[in-house]
Design a protein around this ligand. Structure first.
Ligand SMILES: [Fe+2]
Ligand SMILES: [Fe+2]
Length: 235
């Protein structure tokens, strides 16, 4: 299967025509398109509507997870509903299978990377924060556990490992991902893992579990001088 992947498009209404032209080659080059979060800039309904008017030109199945920007206006449930109504396979602890390839996805959350990840200790606010990260990791674990396909793809917005956020300022590493997501990869050993969010991170790295993780944030693909606003895998 030919898989096109990107994250962090941050669709803008004024770039709609350009985006349509740039994404049209997906129809010829790929069998599925994965968008790993941050479809919009501020998570507004208008932005999602603009995004969907671009994606309606894509004829292959589209698998997405939301990103933190898609939550910015507090309309994430409405945005998710719009995406699902438009036929996108929006994953939030759920999965999608086609032709022997299974996708499990979740937004994920931050909290940092082992051995320095934030622990649920002390104030209630800290415990609540860590609980969100743990809940997201459980959802990814659950989604991957549901897959019985020979090829499994994990999709998150936040990074599951530190290595693919390298390139960002080190003080912000804890806000870019969580090792709790990596533990789900470790348990289920997907064929590959895709994420975004770390716009200035690194394109790929191997997790300790042996799973190769790819940061497909659009600014990274641009820096790699990819010919399209997506990168291609064969799985
Ligand atoms: Fe982003
Ligand atoms: Fe993000």
């Amino acid at each position: 299967m030919r898989l096109a992947a990107v994250a962090d498009i941050h669709f803008r209404l004024e770039e709609r025509e350009v985006n349509i032209q740039q994404f049209l080659p997906v129809n010829e080059l790929a069998d599925v398109l994965v968008i790993a979060g941050d479809l919009t800039n501020h998570g507004t309904v208008d932005e999602m509507r603009a995004c969907l008017t671009v994606l309606e030109h894509i004829r292959v199945p589209i698998v997405v997870v939301l990103g933190n920007h898609d939550h910015e206006s507090g309309h994430q449930d409405e945005l998710a509903g719009m995406a699902r109504l438009a036929g996108l396979h929006l994953l939030d602890g759920s999965c999608f299978e086609m032709d022997g390839v299974g996708f499990a996805g979740v937004k994920g959350f931050c909290g940092g990377f082992a051995p320095y990840e934030l622990m649920p200790f002390g104030e209630g606010g800290i415990k609540n924060f860590v609980e969100i990260a743990e809940r997201e990791a459980i959802k990814l674990d659950y989604g991957l556990a549901q897959l019985h396909t020979p090829v499994k793809i994990a999709v998150t917005h936040y990074a599951p490992i530190k290595e693919t956020v390298i390139g960002e300022p080190e003080p912000v590493f804890p806000f870019l991902g969580s090792s709790r997501l990596e533990r789900a990869l470790d348990r289920h050993k997907p064929t590959l893992a895709l994420h975004g969010h770390a716009h200035r991170g690194s394109f790929s790295a191997k997790a300790q579990s042996g799973v190769t993780v790819y940061n497909v944030a659009l600014p990274i693909l641009r820096k790699r001088q990819e010919p399209h606003p997506f990168t291609l895998f064969v799985v």
